[in-house]
Design a protein around this ligand. Structure first.
Ligand SMILES: Nc1ncnc2c1ncn2[C@@H]1O[C@H](COP(=O)(O)OP(=O)(O)O)[C@@H](O)[C@H]1O
Ligand SMILES: [Mg+2]
Length: 234
């Protein structure tokens, strides 16, 4: 295991993404160059339509780049098959995305177990799922279904699920979009503890100023380009 604080987990070099719908081409990212290092707690900010979700989708191996080179956990995303990308997502990444909402028919602890099951965790997954909820002070929610949880509670369970298998990198797309200020700050505090205590690298998009203040590094996108990349010394 490389213990260097400077280890690069994500390297984007001149990455572009153009969506094609029929004859219409929409450039979503235009030459993004970015290194994300182990233990970064990085926020991607920028106006709606600036390419935040597109960038997270690419880093999350959910979509393919149009041009440029993208390496995630030492694997060249642009050279990978769909199957290999699915494998990388399952084994090494955690997601808190709208498209990955909690499954409504399962309780909180079953949602966590389900992901562990997909990841091939055997008989101990029941115990592991309860353990992770306990560590994150969510035990009292374990047996509730998502409809019995507030928005803030659902997102905390979603983060628990994302980190259950100890991925090195967690991606969160506007994780506080539907939360009030207090719930947003609770969620960010939970994420930052996981970053500081367990060394999990986080990349999250937001345009909530209160959420941005928790980031150690802020990358600003405008029109698919990085216009600012700022590290905060705190
Ligand atoms: N699947 C898609 N097909 C076509 N255009 C898309 C698609 N997804 C996003 N776009 C376009 O790409 C640009 C960037 O979008 P997006 O990455 O969702 O920005 P953000 O998350 O910052 O709001 C926008 O112009 C958006 O309309
Ligand atoms: Mg978005």
């Amino acid at each position: 295991m490389n213990d260097s604080m400077n280890e690069i987990l994500v390297s984007a070099q001149d990455v572009s993404k153009v969506y094609k719908t029929g004859n219409i081409e929409t450039p979503a990212l235009r030459g993004v160059t970015l290194d994300v290092r182990h233990r970064d707690f990085l926020s991607i900010v920028g106006p709606s339509g600036s390419g935040k979700t597109t960038l997270l989708n690419l880093i999350g191996a959910l979509d393919s780049v149009t041009r440029g080179r993208l390496t995630v956990l030492d694997q060249d995303i642009s050279a990978m098959s769909k199957r290999e990308r699915a494998d990388l997502r399952l084994r090494s990444l955690g997601f808190v995305f709208q498209a990955y909402n909690l499954l409504p028919v399962l309780t909180a602890v079953e949602n966590v177990e389900f992901v562990l099951e997909l990841q091939g965790v055997g008989d101990e997954r029941r115990k592991r799922a309860r353990q992770i909820l306990e560590q994150l002070h969510l035990s009292e929610l374990a047996d509730r279904r998502p409809t019995e949880l507030s928005g803030g509670q659902q997102q905390r369970v979603a983060v628990a699920r994302a980190v259950a298998s100890r991925p090195r990198l967690v991606l969160a797309d506007e994780p506080t979009a539907n939360l009030d200020g207090e719930n947003a700050e609770n969620l960010l505090r939970m994420m930052r503890d996981l970053n500081e205590r367990d060394g999990i690298t986080f990349i999250f998009s937001t345009h909530d100023p209160r959420v941005i203040s928790y980031a150690h590094r802020v990358v600003t996108l405008v029109d698919g380009q990085v216009v600012n990349d700022e590290r905060k010394n705190s």
